[in-house]
Design a protein around this ligand. Structure first.
Ligand code: ZN
Length: 446
């Protein structure tokens, strides 16, 4: 039976100011350790120290940073391991990128590519090449008729250009491990405290108990615990339909059978976009007024404008509320679609990549940042995993503005309306898209 991993959340009760102060201090110290590990081991020179990671761990143990911070061992070491995992996964992503670049590089021969793939597979060889150190060549590349100097230079250059730095973005959380890090007594969670053998009580809102690593997010006067749990997935009885779904920003989900779920998503997001634009214009006007007042030496006036009009907390809260509202709307639409259509298979397209070389217009970028199609896809994926529904992704080529009735390209569109000049077929762009997904999928897999 298929299984899936789900993150469940658990909330603490309201915690005392002392406890909150400790947790906040811990989160900041945790972020400091991660930052140091990123700085020390995120570069090319440390690539060989990452697997299995003992070298880095031992060096960090001996560095004295833990004592300086006064941090309990359990937290200190998890912070190091957390950071090393992040560094390793970034190297993994980079190696995948280089493989893709090599695959599409027209200046490379088949043997060139074989060489690059092999080197990227052997981390120790890749590390030695980057660091300019001697290494033993794997057998499979020894006799390849390629210019190795040129290819090694390519690897070095691409790596240098693309490696980048990892930053610690949030300082409001940490990871905690069972036994040494936390335990339960009489239904109350106790976590390792600043002093050895003195645990800090965390009363929880429900009685669930875990026995694996948890992530903790520190809020104003409570915490959120996140635990990954593994569950079994099972397709509900009688769910045998195949549906073809267009994911959009106007209506969230349009099916080739004409059914629509999450109709009018754009009304929610457009209103929010307008509200934010208006707010941002006002805020920049206030900022200008403050600058002017300051320049004229009217400090009192400047701070009055600031406190009365630039409430960042209120602004953020409102923005957050609207985001949650839109996400709830999408969730409800997805649930309704699954319950009514009872699918065993859902066919969608891969997400459309924006622009070439990652360069897109500022306005398009802003629009994209507020687009929820990524959220829809992620939630759809999750919900399907939970119910063992198969998701099939097909390339979006040929599902856009081609007529789903006659297959011709002659088309006109106004807003979300599609009209075929060739046969006169008319529909929304979304419905035409969904019907194209069906047509394409069936013609290729029928
Ligand atoms: Zn047509």
């Amino acid at each position: 039976m298929a299984t899936y991993t789900k993150c469940v959340r658990q909330y603490s009760q309201k915690l005392s100011p002392d406890t909150m102060e400790f947790l906040r201090w811990l989160a900041v110290a945790y972020a400091k350790v991660k930052k140091t590990v990123y700085e020390r081991y995120g570069g090319i020179g440390s690539l060989g120290k990452l697997t299995p990671g003992y070298t880095a761990l031992n060096e960090m143990r001996a560095s004295g940073m833990r004592q300086e911070l006064g941090m309990p061992v359990v937290y200190y070491e998890l912070a190091i391991l957390d950071a090393l995992t992040a560094i390793k996964s970034r190297w993994g992503i980079l190696r995948d990128t280089l493989k893709r670049l090599a695959a599409f590089n027209e200046g490379f021969s088949k043997e060139d590519r074989t060489y690059i793939y092999a080197v990227l597979k052997w981390v120790s060889v890749y590390a030695a090449i980057l660091q300019g150190k001697p290494y033993e060549e794997p057998n499979m590349v020894k006799d390849l008729p390629v210019n190795k100097r040129r290819l090694n230079n390519w690897l070095r250059r691409q790596t240098r250009n693309r490696l980048g730095k990892i930053r610690v973005i949030r300082e409001d959380g940490f990871t905690i491990s069972p036994k040494a890090g936390y335990s339960y007594k009489n239904g109350v969670m106790k976590i390792a405290g600043r002093e050895p053998r003195k645990r800090v009580e965390i009363p929880l809102r429900d009685g669930r108990q875990f026995s694996r690593q948890l992530h903790i997010e520190v809020k104003e006067d409570y915490i959120i615990l996140t635990a990954p749990i593994t569950k079994e997935a099972c397709l509900p009885e009688g769910w045998t339909n195949e549906i073809y779904v267009h994911i959009g920003n106007v209506d969230a989900l349009t099916l080739s059978n004409g059914h629509i779920y999450g109709e009018g998503l754009n009304k929610l997001t457009d209103a929010e976009t307008e509200r934010l634009d208006h707010k941002n214009r006002l805020r920049s006007r206030y900022r200008r007024a403050i600058r002017e007042a300051n320049a004229e030496g009217r400090i009192g006036k400047a701070s009055a404008i600031s406190t009365n009009n630039l409430g960042a907390v209120k602004y953020k809260r409102q923005k957050e509320r609207n985001r949650v509202k839109t996400e709830n709307f999408i969730n409800a639409a997805l649930n309704k679609m699954l319950a009514e259509e009872k699918p065993c298979r859902i066919v969608i397209t891969y997400p459309i990549k924006v622009g070439k070389g990652g360069k897109i217009a500022k306005t398009a970028k802003r629009k994209l940042a507020r687009s929820f199609s990524g959220f829809i896809r992620d939630r759809l994926q999750e919900k399907c995993e939970e119910r063992a529904i198969e998701i099939v992704k097909i390339p979006s080529k040929g599902t856009g503005l081609i007529c789903s009735a006659c297959g011709e390209e002659g088309k006109t569109t106004v807003g979300n309306r599609f009209k075929c000049e060739h046969c006169g077929y008319e529909a929304t762009v979304s419905l035409n898209g969904a019907r194209n997904i069906e047509r394409k999928y069936i013609s290729e897999h029928g």
